[in-house]
Design a protein around this ligand. Structure first.
Ligand code: FES
Length: 617
């Protein structure tokens, strides 16, 4: 109700969900809470929703027990017993109890329902008249779950019960009883979300009871010495029998070091970490699991399995609780991996009615397009330009890298013609990916680069951009544009510059990417202007200037406000999988929902690629 007591219309929201999920789960995935104490198991009879009577949803015996005939006729049902197999209008009454929720990813409200649960129970001691087994005594006390216990628990159960006066905490992952701890340890429920990147690996320690991140840390992937990208690491395993084992060990060492560090920083005993989720591309996932990645590197690019089986965390080198589990995100294809599935989860690509484009810019660029009904994905080999590779003065985004460039073609007097933003505010040493995109976009804008990507001559520069003409120089046979002179009389070769060949490298990279999304748009019969939001994901995409990305044609020609830096969405997706079993199921459902489009197969690919090379307005 409004402050004056007037009744407000209920908020209306259209959401999209995988077909066949229950209305209860569908609501939960979209951050809409429905009353429940049984978590959707059909036993609490609290998840009352009203479904438009025209939908004529079948009545179950549980519905009959809960509602009057008049209510049933009016559309009232238990939400966890209705499957959303077609469009339904559902009215959700206000909550009588508040659920716990956390905001994760791009504004996603995740209602906490972690696979990891702890239950404190005080059991009656066994007597001659009550000779139930120890396990039955425990499972009787937790009768809303169908607990399964393995031999590791049975080995400890009797002694833990007796040493702690039958006051214990059951540790449950999914419905598996993985441990019984003396006393009440329900406050210590932790899990670690890993974003297992080819370059950088990030670990986040989460309190799954509250959804709060306790500590976050990152480090370079220790597989770096085997090569900077997935292809060189796959090649390493093809040339050397020992390399797979060594790459697996390097992944394990990286994950273990991060896990130890976040536990130390968060003041958490590693024994209280019971689950991890890993979001990585198909190659990183294969290497972490010790699976031969060779088929991923050669046509027809086949994965050993889309969904890796759950393993014990100790099998991937982690020293956490000995029965801790590791969940790996499934992959849609050899080059649209678990990191992208996690990113789709974090950005709600499958739960939004808008037309949205997701681009993870990198050496391999993954692209996902959803029109609110269908979801398509593809991969575009963009090459190393965005990571600073193959660029004369290229470098990673580290201290000394120029990341922002602004150009004033008519500057005079003391006004600078070129303004640089440098990481760490130190002397510029090179150009990182976002700086490269900015440099090219700015030079296209002021006419120093023509539509074909050619740097203009000095004479032409004096016409179009007089303040910049003296920055044109030759390094060897190549025309360059000087961005930074370390000293006034430095030779061009000693400067930080953008070369003609660098521009070509960027043109090829951007053409690969824009061919990818333009062919996906064509598949769905859409134009640039139909795209309501572009999400730039990944560590590089997030730092890209939207205006520059539009100017060089890396993204569709759209108002910059429609272009959003999405950040580390893979890591956010990994957190979501730990905080909610429904989100995890949502990730698995993407395997069915998303159609992978192979670009290299298409007869129109070359023509589209050539068309995308230019910087036309
Ligand atoms: Fe408990 Fe539906 S959620 S009966």
């Amino acid at each position: 109700r409004a402050e004056d007591g007037a009744e407000l219309p209920p908020a209306e929201r259209g959401v999209r969900v995988p077909p066949g999920v229950t209305v209860f789960d569908a609501a939960s995935w979209n951050g809409i809470a429905i009353d429940s104490t049984c978590g959707g198991h059909g036993t609490c009879h609290k998840c009352k929703v009203r479904i438009s009577p025209q939908a004529d949803v079948p009545v179950t015996r549980h519905d009959r027990r809960t509602f009057t005939d008049a209510q049933l006729g009016d559309g009232w049902r238990l939400g966890c017993l209705v499957n959303a197999t077609r469009d339904l209008a559902v009215e959700v009454p206000p909550l009588t109890t508040r659920p716990k929720a956390a905001t994760v990813g791009i504004g996603r409200q995740v209602i906490l329902r972690p696979a990891l649960q702890k239950r404190y129970v005080e059991l009656a001691e066994a007597t001659l008249s009550d000779q139930r087994t120890d396990l039955v005594r425990l499972t009787d006390a937790i009768d809303d779950l169908e607990l399964k216990a393995d031999v590791h628990v049975l080995r400890r159960l009797s002694s833990v019960l007796r040493q702690s006066d039958f006051k214990v905490t059951a540790v449950i992952v999914d419905e598996d009883l993985i441990d019984v701890e003396p006393g009440d340890t329900t406050g210590a429920r932790y899990a670690i979300a890993f974003d297992l990147g080819t370059t950088t690996v990030v670990g986040t320690l989460l309190d799954v009871g509250t959804g709060t991140p306790v500590a976050v840390t990152s480090m370079l992937n220790a597989q770096q010495p085997f090569g900077g990208d997935v292809i060189t690491r796959i090649s390493a395993t093809m040339m050397d029998d020992q390399a797979l084992g060594r790459l697996q060990q390097a992944a394990a060492a990286t994950l273990a070091q991060l896990a130890a560090q976040v536990c130390r920083e968060g003041g958490v005993d590693p024994q209280h970490v019971y689950e991890v989720a890993v979001a990585g591309n198909a190659t990183m996932t294969a290497l972490a699991l010790g699976i031969d990645p060779e088929p991923l590197g050669v046509a027809p690019f086949v994965m050993s399995a889309a969904q890796p089986p759950s393993v014990l965390a100790s099998e991937i080198g982690l020293s956490l609780h000995p029965r801790a589990r590791a969940f790996f995100f499934p992959a849609l294809g050899a080059y649209v991996g678990g990191d992208i599935v996690a990113g789709m989860l974090a950005t709600g690509m499958d739960r939004d009615k808008r037309t949205r484009l997701f681009i993870d810019v990198g050496t391999n660029c993954e692209i996902v397009l959803s029109d609110g009904e269908k979801i398509l994905s593809t991969a575009a080999p963009a090459g190393p330009a965005f990571e600073g590779g193959a660029i004369r003065c290229g470098m990673r985004a580290a201290d000394g890298a120029i990341e922002v460039i602004k150009v004033d073609a008519t500057a005079s007097g003391d006004a600078p013609a070129v303004t640089l933003g440098v990481i760490g505010d130190v002397e510029p040493k090179g150009l990182c990916g976002s700086g490269l995109v900015d440099a090219v976009a700015e030079l296209v804008r002021v006419g120093m680069l023509d539509a074909t990507g050619r740097l203009v001559t000095e004479e032409a520069a004096k016409e179009v951009a007089p303040a910049l003409a003296d920055r044109l120089a030759m390094v060897g046979e190549e025309r360059v544009f000087v961005l930074h002179r370390p000293t006034p009389d430095a030779e061009p070769a000693e400067c930080v510059y953008l070369s003609q060949r660098d521009v070509r490298e960027l043109q090829f990279a951007k053409a690969a990417i824009s061919t990818g999304w333009s062919l996906l748009l064509e598949e769905l019969g859409l134009e640039h202007r139909d795209v309501q939001q572009v999400l730039l994901a990944g560590s590089f995409g997030s730092y890209l200037s939207p205006a520059s990305a539009v100017r060089i044609g890396l993204v569709p020609k759209l108002p910059v406000l429609r272009i959003v830096a999405a950040g580390n969405v893979a890591g956010e997706g990994a957190k979501m999988a730990l905080l909610s079993v429904r989100e995890r199921a949502g990730a698995l459902a993407l395997l069915e929902e998303v159609t992978y489009v192979e670009l290299s197969d298409r007869p129109d690919f070359n023509e589209a690629f050539v068309d995308q090379l230019s910087f036309k307005a």
